[in-house]
Ligand binder design. Structure first.
Ligand SMILES: [Zn+2]
Length: 231
């Protein structure tokens, strides 16, 4: 079987007839089958769709690269982010209490959705996933110290990851059976705000990966935090 290119009804194949060009399949029996104009339109449609998909991917990559527009990205995709939300059956009592209305007043919409509604932000488009800045990560809800940048590592997941909290007493582990699986949820031990989850595929020495949401935390200057605590 051979494959040659020719023009349909025009063996010379002028440029004006380019749209009529197609492949001619010549079988061993000598039969020649032209790929019809309809088939070519289908091929063109496929090419168009592939090009559209490529353009969409490029736009997505451009959006991901717009690191400073994280909040705008989240607002525009709130309906998709809602799919990531989880619901817990019971919420233990925590020392730092506020009503839902009070939380809404002090938190941004994305902070509220993650901390108080157990939402999850998109990977790679959050504030701290690749941050190498030194400092202390505190709870965005109540300000309690949570993680030290010295315990942060590049997990490749697109979320800020730590191999330990500053102290185990600063976070509480809860069983999370949402999304048809069992995971260990991590919440702030002071306000109960949802921070993320912990997994056992982290680096030495703990082998733990505390996978956190950037919006649930704030990175603050280590020295300023120490000064504030002394005063
Ligand atoms: Zn907190």
């Amino acid at each position: 079987m051979s494959l040659i290119m020719t023009g349909v009804g025009d063996e010379t194949g002028s440029i004006s007839n380019l749209i009529c060009y197609g492949f001619v399949m010549k079988s061993s029996t000598g039969m020649v089958n032209y790929i019809s104009v309809v088939e070519k339109i289908k091929i063109n449609m496929k090419l168009f769709l592939i090009t559209s998909v490529n353009l969409t991917l490029i736009l997505v990559v451009l959006n991901i690269n717009k690191g400073n527009n994280t909040h705008e990205f989240e607002e525009n995709h709130s309906h998709e982010l809602a799919n990531y939300e989880m619901v817990m059956d019971t919420v233990p009592e925590f020392p730092y209490q506020k009503t839902e209305a009070e939380w809404k007043e002090i938190l941004t919409p994305s902070q509220f959705r993650i901390l108080r509604k157990k939402g999850t932000e998109f990977p790679y488009v959050n504030e701290y996933f690749d941050s190498k800045k030194d400092g202390i990560y505190v709870c965005a809800g109540c300000g309690q110290k949570l993680y030290d940048s010295r315990h942060k590592y590049k997990s490749g997941t697109g979320w800020p990851s730590f191999w330990k909290p500053i102290d185990d007493s600063l976070v509480v582990e809860l069983e999370d059976k949402s999304l048809f699986m069992t995971r260990t949820e991590i919440v702030c031990s002071n306000c109960g705000g949802h921070l993320g989850h912990v997994f056992d595929d982290g680096p030495e020495p703990t082998n733990l990966r505390y996978c956190m949401n950037s919006a649930a935390m704030k990175l603050v200057n280590r020295d300023k935090l120490s000064e504030a605590e002394e005063n």
